[in-house]
Design a protein. Structure first.
Length: 369
């Protein structure tokens, strides 16, 4: 890129409207708010985003400042994994607003760009999701377990296993602006991507069930996404239950009447919540709906009690993603550095670290004699 005062003019002539939209969605800013911040009309911002006109050179630094990106971010020509909200599986549309979904989609697009940059330098695990020829979610779950050689026992290190089979898993930093976004996934890019948030509950058991739920979407609904569709969400839940607690294995271990102590022991063994085990008992016909209802009431009263309380995700091995951070470390060992990667992506270095899940380097203490 040119330097000095030539940069804004050069950016203007190479301006990519889609990058402005992406940056605005990432910032969670409306067209109106952005327009007011840079001194133009909302209609003008809309024209920039559809490519009907380009922002003046003097507006480029203002856009970059307000959206927290380098001016070069708006330049066309870089790989751009384009998605829209119709191409991702969101758990519920009623609990998320349109701008929150747009922000999540923009985050996923950037994650793909990072993956794409790393794959130029490092061979990531090949995508290994078996094809299924059934609409039965339980049968699909058994197919995946067999294909991955999991046997009939508990699935340990679930997120690490997803990564080992070529799925990119991300856990974004907590974002109060997207606290209703639970999880989502897509197969519309060169790699399947699953995003697991901890905004709503930092609980390893919910986290694992959600990861298995999104795996169900990837396997069952890879050809199309219908965000928030209740039938597909139920199918993904059924897949997750069978994947984590296979009927033939869990049924002999489940009590024939509600026994919360026994279920708490099973929680530790199988890595699923007591709540989901109660549901499994009801689903498999071991207890009645009314008995399950009473159990849920008791669980609510025990919600903060050890053995029943949520347990943080980062205290369990293999349940936080590490694929991208390890790929970055390997690339750095062969000559890559953060500044080079940030320049290639046209991001601030802090943004690269955020998506990698890598903290900034510690300051170095120097002792002077």
């Amino acid at each position: 890129m040119p330097v000095g005062g030539e940069v804004p003019d050069a950016v203007r002539w190479a301006f990519d409207p889609a990058r402005l939209t992406q940056a605005r969605h990432l910032a969670g800013v409306t067209k109106k708010a952005l327009a007011e911040a840079i001194g133009v009309t909302a209609a003008a911002v809309g024209q920039y985003e559809v490519g009907a006109s380009r922002p003046r050179p003097d507006l480029i630094p203002l856009l970059a400042r307000e959206l927290d990106v380098p001016p070069e971010f708006f330049v066309a020509g870089r790989p751009h994994g384009r998605l829209d909200t119709s191409t991702a599986h969101f758990r519920s549309l009623r609990s998320t607003r349109a701008y929150q979904r747009a922000k999540a989609i923009a985050y996923t697009e950037q994650a793909w760009e990072l993956v794409n940059a790393l794959e130029k330098r490092v061979d990531l695990p090949p995508v290994d999701l078996p094809g299924v020829d059934t609409d039965d979610p339980q049968a699909a779950a058994r197919t995946v377990r067999a294909h991955w050689g999991l046997g009939g026992g508990p699935v340990t290190h679930l997120v690490r296993r997803l990564e080992a089979h070529g799925v990119v898993v991300l856990t974004p930093p907590r974002d109060p602006d997207a606290d209703s976004v639970d999880a989502f996934s897509t197969t519309r890019l060169t790699r399947p991507i699953v995003v697991l948030t901890r905004n709503r509950a930092d609980d390893v058991h919910r986290h694992r069930f959600t990861a298995a739920h999104e795996l169900g979407h990837l396997v069952l609904h890879h050809e199309s996404a219908v965000p928030g569709d209740p039938a597909r969400e139920r199918e993904a839940d059924a897949f997750a239950a069978e994947f984590l607690t296979p009927r033939d294995s869990i049924l002999p271990a489940l009590p024939k009447r509600v026994d919360l102590k026994h279920l708490a022991d099973l929680r530790r063994t199988w890595g699923v919540s007591v709540h989901s085990l109660v549901y499994r008992c009801r689903e498999l016909g071991l207890i009645s709906d009314s008995a399950a209802g009473r159990a849920y009431q008791r669980l609510h009263a025990l919600a903060d009690t050890p053995g029943f309380a949520p347990e943080p995700v980062d205290t369990f091995p293999g349940e936080l993603p590490s694929l991208l951070a390890k790929a970055y470390e390997l690339a750095c060992a062969h000559g890559l550095d953060l500044a080079e990667l940030a320049t290639e992506l046209s991001w601030h270095p802090a943004r690269v670290r955020e998506l990698l899940g890598v903290r900034a380097g510690r300051p170095v203490l120097t002792l002077v004699e």
